[in-house]
Design a protein around this ligand. Structure first.
Ligand code: AR6
Length: 181
């Protein structure tokens, strides 16, 4: 398999436990905390994370901003905001792609070489999880092709079903690229 695909790890886990250089938070545009993975990250990082987030002035959907990781094993938290699914006709797919891509640009900017992502938008924001997994895998694979300095991207799924969607997307993409490269 091409090297960039072998840099993508798909696993089931709790992202707050990941010892990556940076973990990505599926936040909302206020960046002031919430439920789901956002709540878990704030609980594990401690209150200093909220204090730093409060000074960032929010974040539009598809963009990303970085803070320190405080009590987390990760050095940085990259906060991104995925799209709220409203049927697919409002640019949701492009916004999700932008959330992955801009998070990775933040990782490059701060020098993070290992980055862990949750399945952005697939919880409270209701993005269909199979399509979200395809976008996650294709966007991070493309980015790895452009940025060899990133050593590993972990797609940390919260269920076995989510893991299977990501694995299938990775197999399908690696198979397709393998036949043309
Ligand atoms: N580790 C990894 N994945 C997790 C964890 C965890 N500890 N906890 C949940 N997930 P969601 P969204 C999964 O709802 O859809 C917040 O309130 C979860 O199973 O956290 O982008 C924000 O403040 C799902 O697959 O994020 C926003 O208001 C994925 O993480 C809103 O939710 C994303 O689910 C963002 O919604």
């Amino acid at each position: 398999m091409e090297e960039r695909f072998s840099k993508i790890i798909v696993k089931v886990g709790d992202i707050t436990k990941e010892d990556a250089d940076a973990i990505v938070n599926a936040a909302n545009s206020s960046l002031l905390g919430g439920g789901g993975v956002d709540g878990a990250i704030h609980r594990a990082a401690g209150p200093d994370l909220l204090t730093e987030c409060a000074g960032l002035g929010g974040c539009p959907a598809g963009e990303a901003k970085t803070t320190k990781g405080y009590r987390l094993p990760a050095e940085y938290v990259i906060h991104t905001v995925g799209p709220i699914w409203r049927g697919g006709g409002r640019g949701e797919e492009k916004t999700l792609e932008n959330a992955y891509r801009n998070s990775l640009l933040e990782a490059v900017r701060v020098g993070a070489k290992t980055v862990a992502f949750p399945a952005i938008s697939t919880g409270v924001y209701r993005f269909p999880p199979q399509r979200a997994a395809e976008i996650a895998v294709s966007t991070v694979a493309e980015f790895l092709g452009e940025h060899p300095e990133i050593e590993q991207i972990r797609l940390v799924c919260f269920s076995q079903e989510s893991k299977e969607y990501h694995e299938a997307a990775l197999r399908s993409l690696a198979g397709r690229q393998g036949s043309v490269d």
